[in-house]
Design a protein around this ligand. Sequence first.
Ligand code: NDP
Length: 445
Amino acid sequence: MAYNVAEQIERMKAKNPAEPEFIQAVSEVLESVAPVLAQRPDYEEAAILERITEPERIISFRVPWADDAGRIHVNRGYRVEFSSTLGPYKGGLRFHPAVTQGMLKFLGFEQIFKNALTGQGIGGGKGGADFNPKGRSDAEVMRFCQSFMTELFRHIGPNTDVPAGDMGVGGREIGYLFGAYKRLANRFDAGVLTGKPLSFGGSLARTQATGYGVVYFAQRILEERGEALDGKRVLVSGSGNVALYAVEKAEQLGATVVSVSDSSGAVYDPAGIDFELIRHIKEDLRGRVSDYAEQRSSAEYYDGARPWGFGGEVALPCATQNELEAADARALLNGGVQVLAEGANMPTTIEATEMLQGAGVVFAPGKAANAGGVATSALEMSQNAARSRWAFEEVDAKLHGIMEDIYERCVAAADTYGHPGNLVVGANCAAFTEVADAMIAQGLV
Ligand code: NDP
């Protein structure tokens, strides 16, 4: 007997009502790994699907804090400790008003497989809060981070659970979180958080790693087709950490990146995005992409728009989940897209993914293409454990090698399971079998 995937998805829907993103992520993985399940009846005997879709632990807690005017706010904080099969729970913290437990379960579930693909010995987790850092002063963000850590600190540790940044959590927030952890735990555990500022244990190239990694992955796909990024038009969405460094690396490799965006609208710049200008606006001034268009004569700002209709051979969605729907896929196809690599987590809906794959676009799922961030976080943990610091070039070279390895693993698994060239099937099958086999080896825990 082997698993019936459709029945398993129905079971998940009944068990996790009102968690559509989690169901979407689970459905994509389960449908992709059907060829594995058909060959491995022992997975059903070991109840692998029932176990792997249930987080080992979820912590949910109150985060009270006072704003600069003394008004009290209460947010909800979470840590989803999904799987410690391959190593300590590892995954980012997201501060965004839309955060729910279901969203963090989707992200934590994806993280299990992404982390497996990196080969770095890390389990899967995710956390965050429905706190909106936008428009808040540094002092307000610091008080929020301190209150958040007052609960979280007892659950994390360098060998237990190692959070990092995600949307709304960058170097500033990680710094405040680290300071609060250190005071509460009375220990300088550098390896308890990654994405730290360089002055106290951060790794060179961690800030750039996710964006660079996405571009290395897209470049590898193009190489396989006898092409390169040089001379290509690239569409990037978002203008946060991942998007910015995808822009920088794609331009270093000779591409013309013609777009960036945020939740208000999109910028089209046919002359190529000026990386230093957009970096300065976003990182130093915490501004908007509309500010970029105001300062750059070749750029046009489109309020409320997404960038998918601007035309380009390579698409790198780097903003948020489900930002690329069926109509956007159609626009991409009309604009001549050949390769799509997901910088964000699950930015493409299942329908849009199928349309693009059906039209022959090479589609790289986020759990493979954006794994460079967490892989470099694991390199930060190694440096912290050894009390050493590697040069930027050394970390970048390791990152590049890891992205190439992930690509090879996806291609090999896609071949093995009868879907050559399908990187979604390849990524899911390669990662799933690794985690499932380790679960069986560790017994019923
Ligand atoms: P940031 O918070 O730095 O940036 C997020 C960007 O996405 C902002 O430009 C934001 O615009 C935009 N955005 C948010 N919501 C929407 C929306 N509904 N429509 C259009 N744009 C939107 O986050 P990151 O760059 O760190 O993360 C981006 C994605 O990459 C997320 O899916 C994250 O999970 C994933 N990721 C991040 C990694 C990392 O190392 N940082 C690692 C792997 C994956 P606005 O300012 O208007 O909100």
